[in-house]
Design a protein. Structure first.
Length: 396
């Protein structure tokens, strides 16, 4: 009996595992590099991705054609067609019908700043120099296009004549929910894209003794222009996936905050100072306040959002900086790597992994099964003692 009970218990766990794997794919994805662009070269990169679900489509545009890393989300019915036309190597966008919502981010510059107070935060009071990313030459390093994944790796060289080094950006779309392979093991879903940013061997200015680097973000959404993005840092359940880090930062658009149908950024407030990520080479990531701003006329974002009512386009910016006190500043390792996800809907909530759930289930299930079996055995034994079998005697 005990053997059968334990066998049934493990069979149930395996059944749950098989169900979770079989139904993991949430959207059907297709992608096109530089759609219908006859003048594009290997130095031009615009990747259009369509992810169709049961009731809607999520269109993504990953654009480097104007040398500013840009990610655009467009949510629509299944019937909408997003058309990309070109003026030489400059993209323009049209829609076959009115979309439901849109959200976008762009990293348009990095700041070098002299962290005179040695706290890692970016502050307008500190000496600083902006380096626009549209001055860089972006080269496509890797491209994966399949039904199960879309991945793009871009590398940029030479900020200017005296500023050397490289900036690497990896974008990865996987159409199911899981944890990323690399630390900090962020959650990716079919509604989001995982992005890694690496700042490699950037040359620090000679007149700065405490150089750090920060990323300047543009955030755009089709919400009222007088509204604002929302920043939240919440505690996670545990640090199973990111050892030593119990916080999660979420930046959501007004639509996402009110009804769970808007855009979001999600990340752990941690970065890494070596390519092999680990706790011993981690540092903090800091987020500034939001500020209202305008889109540049020569940007892909300006071209894309010209179709929308200006009163319903919210544009703000923020800065993400990296570092902790007494860590030796950027020059200590000449490397900073940071990951975040950008997506549509409600930011995913972390939970215990299937492995941990199985361990907990086994740890609790087997003792409970043994205890119940022991109780059943004692009850049966006591019953037999109180009611001994009746012996049948032959009177003859």
């Amino acid at each position: 009996m005990l053997f059968l009970t334990i066998k049934m218990y493990f069979s149930t766990l395996l059944f749950i595992l098989s169900i979770s794997v079989a139904y993991s794919q949430d959207r059907k994805i297709t992608s096109i590099l530089n759609p219908d662009c006859n003048a594009c070269t290997d130095f031009d990169t615009l990747l259009y991705i369509r992810a169709d679900g049961a009731h809607d489509s999520i269109h993504q545009v990953w654009d480097f054609t104007r040398r500013t890393p840009t990610v655009i989300f467009l949510i629509s019915s299944l019937n909408l067609t997003l058309n990309v036309t070109w003026n030489s190597e400059t993209p323009k966008f049209t829609f076959s019908e009115e979309p439901k919502y849109s959200f976008a981010i762009a990293i348009d510059k990095i700041y070098e700043y002299n962290d005179t107070e040695d706290n890692g935060h970016f502050d307008d009071r500190y000496p600083q120099r902006p380096y626009p990313l549209n001055d860089l030459l972006w080269i496509r390093q890797d491209l994966v296009q399949s039904n199960n994944e879309v991945k793009l790796i871009m590398r940029a060289h030479h900020l200017n004549d005296y500023q050397k080094g490289t900036i690497e950006i990896k974008l990865d779309l996987l159409p199911y929910q899981d944890y990323a392979v690399d630390l900090p093991h962020l959650i990716h879903t079919s509604n989001s894209t995982l992005i890694d940013v690496n700042l490699v061997n950037l040359t620090c200015s000679e007149d700065y003794q405490a150089s750090r680097f920060a990323l300047h973000f543009l955030l755009v959404s089709t919400d009222r222009k007088n509204d604002t993005m929302n920043y939240t840092m919440r505690k996670s359940l545990d640090d199973e996936h990111t050892p030593g880090v119990f916080e999660i930062v979420e930046i959501v658009t007004p639509a996402s905050r009110r009804r769970g149908a808007g855009g979001f950024l999600q990340f752990r407030p941690v970065a890494y100072t070596q390519p092999q990520r680990g706790v011993s080479v981690s540092t903090s990531a800091h987020v500034s306040h939001f500020n209202r701003t305008e889109l540049r006329n020569d940007s892909t974002l300006k071209t894309f959002y010209r179709h929308f009512d200006r009163d319903n386009v919210l544009v703000q910016d923020m800065v993400v900086s990296f570092g902790d006190a007494a860590d030796g500043y950027y020059k200590q390792q000449n490397y900073t790597s940071w990951s975040f996800t950008v997506g549509y809907g409600t930011p995913p909530k972390e939970g215990f992994s299937l492995f941990v759930i199985m361990i907990i289930s086994i740890g609790l299930g087997i003792p409970v099964t043994l205890a119940l079996s022991s109780v059943v055995y004692l009850v049966v034994r006591k019953y037999k003692q109180r009611n001994p079998p009746t012996r049948l005697l032959n009177d003859e």
